[in-house]
Design a protein around this ligand. Structure first.
Ligand SMILES: [Zn+2]
Length: 123
């Protein structure tokens, strides 16, 4: 059972719960360079540390690693090839896809919809 935060916008809901994708370059978080942490916009759990964020050039906030055990993944075939989609383990909200073209040390790219994240600057 997915618990929806009543404060979410319709755009956030369409991505988190209907697996839509925001337009590339549309998120202010693309340019967020401060130290801090990224949380699930629906349930608030911490998903990423700013240290693992990098500029992928994709137009979406990108991270090479999430915090341990915060996501569950499933394979989708929507575009005719397989992609690994990830959901918040806590609230089941859809966040994005994981690709294998990320930087060291993981080689992974967590391509996350910006509207699904809330940035909390350190201090
Ligand atoms: Zn969540």
């Amino acid at each position: 059972m997915i618990k929806k935060n009543p404060d979410l916008s319709s755009k956030q809901k369409s991505i988190l719960f209907d697996e839509e994708t925001e337009s590339p370059g549309s998120s202010d978080l693309n340019n967020e360079k401060r130290e801090g942490s990224y949380h699930c916009a629906n349930c608030g759990i911490k998903l990423f540390d700013s240290k693992t964020k990098y500029e992928s050039g994709s137009g979406w906030p990108s991270f090479y690693q999430s915090l341990p055990d915060v996501f569950e993944t499933k394979t989708d075939y929507l575009l005719g090839y397989t992609r690994t989609e990830y959901h918040c383990k806590h609230c089941k909200g859809h966040h994005g896809h994981i690709f294998d073209d990320g930087p060291e040390p993981t080689g992974k790219r967590f391509c996350n919809n910006g509207v699904c994240l809330v940035f909390k600057p350190k201090n």
